[in-house]
Write a protein that binds this ligand. Structure first.
Ligand code: NAG
Length: 324
């Protein structure tokens, strides 16, 4: 009896489920068709139509933030952004998060695209609501060319303290070409952000030997880290002997004490390579040539280190002074 009574209800229920499933399938079908259509138009070269469909699709389907995806698709090798620009598209169109096409082009390392956008007047200093600039994105992915193009066109090499900093990002990711470009265009090599420390400190925490060397070569202060924590503390704590060596070559102080009054050797993991290296280093007398080099570089001062090649010195001596 009960089975007989329940049956119509069960049937109704399954009908509801079927309807929901059918609706879902239909929605999926529409989405796929629109996507295919957009793709087809981009391939076929009808970019205006592609832009229209895509804008419609992304605006109504997934909100404005998807527009960035569309822009970066345009930077793909098979399509030309120039056509869109020549058709009068606004190069500074922004998503809800204020992401511009230039942000996307730099994030994807699309050099030609970035150049075309800048030539068309895109704002190189555009900032998202999170404070991210196109330059930051270029450093994030290590695109040295995009970094240079942006800097050549007046991008601000250094952001405010509360905003994401390109030089810190490049240092932590080991993108030394970007670091070099930033410093060349006027970024402060010792830019100290309270919660991050200096670029050198970040490079040491991230075990980035090349960036550490690049920063030191560009005159970074070897003692400046985060609060009392020096770069040598960071490198020792990471047990990164190569970075420790580089720092010591540039005159890092083995007796500096951090907030916990620990010296770098005490920050290293117990019986690690870095600890062993530092213990040995402390027990050995310094080389006179090394002490002379540090003292001469000190006398010259950070701002005049790049003038060393102009000194009337034998090449070997000059190279020695420059750690070449
Ligand atoms: C970008 O910002 C920097 C620093 O605020 C400024 O000097 C530069 O002129 C700006 N560049 C452009 C193209 O607006």
């Amino acid at each position: 009896m009960t089975e007989f009574e329940n049956r119509p209800f069960a049937l109704q229920l399954s009908n509801v489920y079927l309807t929901i499933l059918a609706l879902f399938c239909f929605k999926l079908f529409v989405k796929i068709t629109l996507n295919l259509l957009t793709y087809f138009y981009i391939i076929k070269g009808n970019r205006k139509e592609a832009a229209r469909i895509s804008a419609e699709f992304y605006d109504f389907g997934q909100g404005q933030s998807r527009r960035g995806v569309f822009w970066s698709e345009l930077c793909a090798p098979h399509s030309e952004l120039c056509v869109l620009i020549s058709q009068g598209y606004n190069v500074d169109v922004r998503t809800i998060d204020h992401v511009t096409p230039l942000h996307e082009a730099c994030l994807g390392d699309h050099v030609a695209c970035a150049r075309a956008l800048i030539d068309a007047g895109a704002n190189v200093n555009a900032t998202t609501i999170d404070g991210v600039t196109p330059l930051f994105n270029a450093c994030l992915v290590g695109s040295a060319t995009c970094t240079e193009i942006l800097l050549e066109n007046g991008a601000n090499p250094q952001t405010a303290i509360c905003q994401p900093s390109p030089i810190h990002e490049a240092s932590s990711k080991g993108k030394s070409a970007c670091v070099e470009a930033l410093i060349t265009w006027g970024a402060d090599v010792d830019y100290d952000i309270p919660h991050l420390g200096t670029p050198l400190f970040i490079a040491c925490t991230s075990k980035q030997l090349h960036c550490t060397r690049k920063l030191l070569d560009k005159g970074a202060n070897v003692q400046k880290g985060r609060f009392l924590e020096t770069p040598l503390h960071a490198a020792a704590a990471q047990d990164c002997t190569d970075v420790v060596k580089a720092l010591l070559e540039y005159g890092a102080d083995v007796n500096a004490r951090n907030l916990e009054l620990k010296r770098p050797v005490e920050s290293a993991p117990p019986s690690s390579l870095a600890e062993g290296f530092l213990l040995l280093y402390e027990a050995m007398p310094r080389q006179l040539s090394q002490l002379c080099r540090l003292s001469i570089r000190d006398c010259l001062g950070q701002s005049r280190l790049h003038l060393i090649p102009q000194l009337q010195l034998p090449t070997r001596l000059m190279n020695f002074l420059q750690y070449r």
